[in-house]
Design a protein around this ligand. Sequence first.
Ligand SMILES: Cc1cc2nc3c(=O)[nH]c(=O)nc-3n(C[C@H](O)[C@H](O)[C@H](O)COP(=O)(O)O)c2cc1C
Length: 178
Amino acid sequence: MRTLVLLAHPDMPSSRGNAMLAAAAHDTDGVTVHDLYTAYPDGKLDIATEQELAEAHDLIVFQFPLHWYSTPPILKQWQDEVLTFGWAYDPTGTGGSGLALKGKTLACALTTGAPESEYEAEGWNSHSVVDFLLPIAGTAGFLEMQWLEPWVLYAVWALSDDDLAEAAASYQEWLTTS
Ligand SMILES: Cc1cc2nc3c(=O)[nH]c(=O)nc-3n(C[C@H](O)[C@H](O)[C@H](O)COP(=O)(O)O)c2cc1C
């Protein structure tokens, strides 16, 4: 199993959660961590490189801090620009070219500010994190990829360094067993 972590944090120097998780992912056998904001400081994605990377892995993980119930913009840009017609999909359904990611797996690993209790029907946000990720699940389905339940680290601000280290170990295990 080859896993590609597409890391998207617009301000890594201030990150606690994603910084620790990315370091753990980096130290995991079979995992490639690709930091999109660092790779593309000018915001211009190299589409061919991104497609080659995606093709070379079996599990693609979007790792990010939840920002306004969504991904940071570069992950939306990645979907908009990398998942091209004729490579990632063929809406005519005639087969042939397209569906380069078919049979691979897509998942999200994300951190939040709010605690898990606020991502319930009775909580402040009224919806689960899974609900907020529905557009990405839709993309996975459209590309005939498997979709995994997200790995979520809630309320990062409330976690001690020991808590974070424990979470990073659990993230490593998830990356290797998913
Ligand atoms: C612009 C912005 C928007 C945010 N929106 C949300 C949100 O919608 N839901 C939430 O639970 N936390 C939200 N947060 C908090 C971040 O998710 C949280 O600070 C982050 O996951 C912590 O991870 P880090 O240490 O890697 O930055 C937001 C933070 C920022 C800066």
